[in-house]
Write a new protein. Structure first.
Length: 287
């Protein structure tokens, strides 16, 4: 597990492009047959991916957590962006298809990841945050019929925003949030841009009470996303490719524009779970 420290906005404004990428960009997450993780001191979030091939992958704490098992004092959200797979939690198997997800509560001990077809492996992307209370482990589906242990995303948590004329027509699908899937502090979801739209988060904002991680995917090989970050008056950018993630501190904006439409997963951690708790930045304030 790679460990990264927190960063002050006073220092970041002096970073070179290489240093900015070193501190905030997460690359090479999805490696067949491996589990990769980055532990950030920013709200103690862990960003990672498990890509099981022929062998099942087991989640372990590692020395970095100083814990008996990974979720001893943590919770986890997962979204699969690959082939069909199985997540087994303390002996109970959950079949997780493309763009389906899971919330796993604090205290779950034995967690494994497997692919249904190793030629089309699952790509389990996850965020994990510290937790102080145990909430139920559930499978999360964008569509379907609710049943025991399965939560279907509510219609009010599928929000269509923006317009093609403003290049930001998009649909936000909220997976983990109060009132649907309870958690201690983690919120997670997915935003898909419609063809012809390239801007994601609108209007530009910060939320000083929580940080955020973006995973950009569904980006063709010859395309890219310009991710903007930094204080509104000291903006920086990162050129991002398919299946790369970026850590956004609470003091930073987090917005992007692509050379064409794409999809991204957002995960948030902090002291406030109000989805609309945003400090909007006027376009005239950005520099």
């Amino acid at each position: 597990m790679e460990v990264r420290t927190a960063a002050s906005p006073r220092d970041v404004k002096h970073y070179t492009t290489d240093r900015l990428r070193e501190e905030f960009l997460i690359q090479n997450l999805f490696v067949p047959g491996e589990m990769k993780m980055v532990y950030s001191h920013i709200d103690r979030i862990i960003t990672g991916a498990a890509v099981p091939a022929k062998e099942t992958l087991t989640l372990t704490a590692g020395a970095e957590l100083r814990a008996e098992y990974f979720l001893q004092r943590r919770e986890m959200g997962i979204i699969n962006i690959g082939g069909a797979g199985t997540i087994t939690v303390d002996g109970k198997a959950y079949e997780v298809a493309y763009k389906e997800g899971m919330y796993i509560g604090m205290g779950a001990k034995d967690i494994t990841f497997a692919s249904k077809d190793d030629t089309k492996p699952a790509k389990f992307y996850f965020n994990s945050t510290p937790a102080h209370h145990t909430y139920p482990t559930v499978l999360i589906k964008p569509e379907g019929t609710p049943e025991e242990g399965v939560v279907i995303v509510k219609d009010e948590n599928k929000v269509e925003l923006g317009t093609l004329e403003q290049s930001n027509h998009r649909t936000i699908c909220k997976y983990i949030l109060p009132g649907q899937v309870e958690s201690c502090q983690l919120e997670m979801g997915m935003t898909k841009l419609e063809p012809g739209s390239v801007w994601n988060t609108m209007p530009c904002h910060t939320h000083d009470r929580r940080m955020e991680v973006y995973l950009y995917f569904d980006i063709p090989e010859d395309a890219f996303v310009m991710h903007y970050m930094g204080e509104p008056t000291e903006t920086r950018h990162l050129v991002m490719r398919n299946e790369e993630a970026v850590i956004s501190p609470s003091w930073s904006i987090h917005s992007g524009s692509g050379s064409q439409a794409y999809t991204f997963i957002w995960g948030m951690a902090g002291e406030n779970q109000d989805f609309d708790d945003m400090d909007h930045i006027a376009n005239t304030e950005l520099k």
